[in-house]
Design a protein around this ligand. Structure first.
Ligand code: AVJ
Ligand code: FE
Length: 437
């Protein structure tokens, strides 16, 4: 196979994998559930599905392919900036069968476009970027649809085998010291990296220590049992205000029984809280309060990335903690192979050169950083992907969750959300300053 054929084959695999997942997430519930709104924070699943097809049509059929629209009348309905999520169920949306027909028609045209498109020259097509961007877009919506599944009520419809057991259990509270110095943050060379990951730039950091693994349910329970949710001094002012108005008292989906034991509901199944697994479904404000209670703080985004990518032997930044190679099932809990994070100490092969574990997969990790552009940022190919979210309302999350596909996850990948949000698969790890390392 020539390099061009090999690239086209990889793009076809990424697009097909995304579509198989979208189909699976929308075939396991009935029509009523597809058009229903399971939470005001989420779109009806049928909106996500047609929006996936509409973005694919806009970028691949019309822009890259230069073809006539498949449906020129529905762009407005599926423009995320026109209609807030809560308003989407009331729109005259395509019904489930129409949406399935639409995405299939668009995809058929995309196969013709992929056969013919030059994958060099114009930046949009170069190295297959536009196709990879669309595969990442679909997978990001698939993760959102998975979060919608977690919010729906009723019997379970999704199943998956349990994640692997720990094999290098770090001591509770184990941390790794990252020495002071510069490292390269972001990328200018990763062909499928999105605009907000660019460009590569040098960042100098003082020494810090970071947890060897994400904070677990067991650790978080100690905070809760120590009155963590009742002590304003542990919370930021905005965090406490939110804790009060939203009456937060535990992570989302936790339930306590009469005997005082904790359970959590996962995709329709109530199970005992696994103490050694990363806590998930906490807001930034809860993560921040835990860190203060523990005498620690959240890592900055730059600290997270240095811990994940910096190789002390070469001084270079890697694509992933384990090196340059694509994630496989031994590296990280990604791709919805499992429906929950793995206990800390799983995935020894996924550790960074400094020995930090489970940075990729399991849970998105809150950082203390606002979502801001890197020096030299330029919006590409559209301002609404990243640029309109810069400014400080959003906090950065890193590393991907069990529900993130590998195509939308790497050491440089940046996610963001409002600090009150916890329907996403978000947890965290802590850090602290280190003097003199
Ligand atoms: C990067 C996950 C915050 O879902 O809002 C989907 C990704 N952008 N469609 C989101 C996205 C446009 C985005 N996040
Ligand atoms: Fe989108």
């Amino acid at each position: 196979m020539s390099a061009g054929e090999e690239l086209r084959a990889r793009l076809a695999v990424a697009l097909t994998r995304a579509r198989d997942r979208s189909a699976a997430l929308t075939e396991c519930v009935d029509e009523t559930e597809l058009v229903a709104q399971h939470s005001p924070l989420m779109s009806p699943l049928v909106w996500d599905l047609a929006h996936i097809g509409n973005q694919e049509e806009l970028w691949l059929v019309r822009d890259v392919g230069g073809r006539e629209p498949v449906r020129r009348d529905i762009d407005e309905l599926y423009d995320a900036f026109r209609h807030p999520r809560a308003a989407r169920p009331a729109l005259p949306l395509l019904d489930p069968d129409e949406a399935r027909g639409y995405v299939a028609q668009v995809r058929d045209k995309v196969w013709e476009v992929l056969d013919r498109a030059p994958l060099r020259g114009r930046r949009l097509e170069r190295d297959g970027f536009a196709f990879a961007m669309i595969a990442q877009h679909e997978q990001q919506h698939d993760e959102t649809m998975l979060a919608t599944h977690q919010l729906r009520s009723g019997p379970a419809v999704l199943t998956a085998p349990p994640p692997p057991s720990p094999s290098w259990p770090p001591a509770v509270g184990a941390e790794v010291v990252v020495p002071a110095g510069e490292f390269t943050m972001g990328t200018s060379t990763d062909p499928w990296a999105l605009d907000n990951e660019r460009p590569a730039h040098r960042v100098a950091l003082p020494a810090f220590a970071i947890d060897a693994a994400p904070v677990t349910n067991g650790q978080f329970l100690e905070f809760l049992d120590d009155g963590g949710y009742r002590r304003p001094e542990l919370w930021s002012a905005r965090g406490w205000e939110h804790r009060q108005s939203a009456t937060l008292a535990a992570p989302q989906f936790w339930e306590r029984d009469g005997a005082g034991n904790w359970w959590r509901r996962v995709f329709g199944v109530l199970a005992p809280l696994p103490p050694a697994s990363p806590v998930v479904h906490v807001s930034y404000f809860e993560a921040q309060a835990y860190a203060r209670w523990a005498g620690r703080r959240l890592p900055t985004e730059a600290e997270w990335e240095k811990a994940a990518r910096w190789d002390p032997r070469t001084g270079e930044s890697r694509r992933f903690p384990w090196g340059e190679g694509e994630p496989d099932s031994g590296h990280a809990n990604l791709g919805q192979r499992h429906l929950e994070p793995a206990a800390v100490g799983a995935y020894p092969a996924g550790r960074s050169p400094l020995g930090v574990g489970q940075l990729i997969g399991d849970v998105w990790e809150w950082t203390s950083s606002d979502f801001q552009p890197y020096p030299g940022f330029s919006a590409f190919p559209y301002r609404e992907y990243s640029e309109v979210f810069f400014g400080g309302d959003y906090k950065v999350l890193r590393g991907g969750s069990f529900g993130t596909d590998p195509v939308a996850c790497r050491g440089t990948f940046r996610n963001w959300d409002l600090p009150i949000r916890r329907q996403i698969f978000a947890g965290f790890r802590c850090a602290r300053d280190v003097v003199g390392a």
